[in-house]
Design a protein around this ligand. Structure first.
Ligand code: AMP
Length: 387
């Protein structure tokens, strides 16, 4: 297999762009995919999250672009807004040396702002399908007629004899990931969560919960205990989600509490630890969650807190990944020493949430109040501006 980007046929200009990003050698999927893509073949790529898939399609697209540059050259469709933004960031980073213009078309952001970006005739469009269609129908003069490349997550599409590249089974997890579970009564879950976070202090961690409400309550009680935790979930406005993500990326908080919305496609290279506070009912979500750590050859840890109600789901996960996971050896007595403090902190958070309207109803009115506690106050976008 080729060892360097040069062996793959990548141009010097793009090799320099890779070096600037710290990409010294191609990842597996890049080594397999790039030569075929440079040959102009249709391609289906299957690889684990964090394996460098974006570079595998971005580099050949940019190489073709440099040979005959024109606006609306390529379009990448993404299932989530965050992933779209990250794909665009990689395109921009790779194209920063030659003035590449990218437009991101995702929901949750004003159509008008995006219309202005389109008027600037970008070279690459990255978006989610709904908003892209919206612009195709409503934005005058915008079409994809000149498009040379289309990248999308496949459902069912007819391609001309595509080359199929598979560098790993879709449902396997990488070897550099240490996975454990811990069987806990739901009564003591918070306590175990806190214990693990104390043990792994200094780690950057993602804590996954099943509901949006739980992201807020868990982030809140962790903050009450002095942790730098921040929630992110699908019910937050897009600008707030990005704000929270940026705080996490910048290190202002080192614990991101999130739902599965956040687990798909987020590229946060420095996550050391994934904690499944709730076990996902869909075992494939587990793969996406733990794929947030041990990315790009680095090591990572995933710990699943399995309570009596979620054992069935955990067994489904073990079936899917084809192995039994080891139990984390905890000194139960030592963990439960924290119980009083944790109970107090969760009590304060629950009361705080109830005072601000609980799960529904009044909550919106008191959102500002909660934001103050959660550190998710949105400074950049005013409420009026949001859609
Ligand atoms: P992706 O799977 O495309 O989301 O990429 C995961 C991470 O790997 C991103 O942070 C990329 O910047 C990084 N990455 C992609 N290709 C390489 C490479 N050849 N060498 C080192 N890091 C890479």
């Amino acid at each position: 297999m080729a060892e360097t980007f040069k062996d793959l046929g990548v141009s010097d200009q793009l090799i320099e762009a890779c070096e600037n990003l710290g990409w010294k050698n191609p990842s597996k999927i890049q080594a397999e995919a790039i030569p075929h893509a440079l040959d102009g073949k249709d391609l289906i790529g299957l690889a684990q999250t964090g394996s460098g898939k974006t570079g595998a399609f971005a580099l050949p697209i940019l190489q073709a672009f440099l040979e005959s540059p024109h606006p609306f050259f390529a379009c990448a469709l993404s299932p989530t807004r965050e992933l779209a933004i990250q794909i665009a960031e990689q395109f921009k980073a790779l194209g920063s040396g030659f003035g590449l213009k990218c437009a991101v078309l995702v929901g949750g952001i004003e159509m008008m702002e995006q219309t202005k970006m389109l008027a600037n005739r970008p070279h690459i469009i990255v978006g989610t399908p709904g908003r892209l269609l919206d612009h195709l129908s409503n934005t005058k003069g915008f079409s994809l007629r000149t498009l040379k490349y289309l990248v999308k997550k496949l459902q069912r599409v007819c391609l001309r004899n595509p080359v199929k590249i598979e560098v790993a089974s879709k449902y396997s997890t990488v070897d550099t990931l240490m996975q454990h579970y811990c069987f806990v009564s739901d009564k003591y879950k918070d306590c175990y969560l806190v214990y693990i976070l104390i043990e792994k202090c200094g780690f950057s961690s993602m804590v996954f919960t099943r509901t949006c409400y739980a992201t807020r309550i868990v982030a809140l009680f962790l903050r009450n205990l002095g942790f730098k935790a921040i929630p992110i979930s699908g019910e937050m406005a897009q600008s707030k989600r990005l704000g929270a993500l940026n705080q996490f990326k910048a290190g202002a908080s080192n614990i991101l509490v999130c739902t599965d919305v956040a687990s798909r496609g987020l590229d946060i290279p420095s996550v050391d630890l994934v904690i499944n506070y709730d076990i996902p009912a869909n075992p494939k979500d587990y793969i996406h969650r733990v794929g947030r750590t041990a990315r790009a050859g680095r090591s990572g840890v995933a710990i699943s807190l399995v309570d009596q109600y979620q054992l069935v789901w955990f067994k489904q996960i073990e079936n899917l990944i084809g192995k039994e996971l080891p139990e984390m050896p905890f000194q139960r007595e030592e963990v439960l020493l924290l119980n009083e403090r944790v109970k107090e902190a969760t009590g304060i958070s629950r009361r705080g949430m109830e005072e601000s309207g609980g799960k529904k109803g009044k909550r919106r009115n008191d959102e500002e109040d909660m934001d103050k506690h959660l550190g998710t106050k949105d400074r950049k976008f005013s409420k009026k501006k949001r859609k």
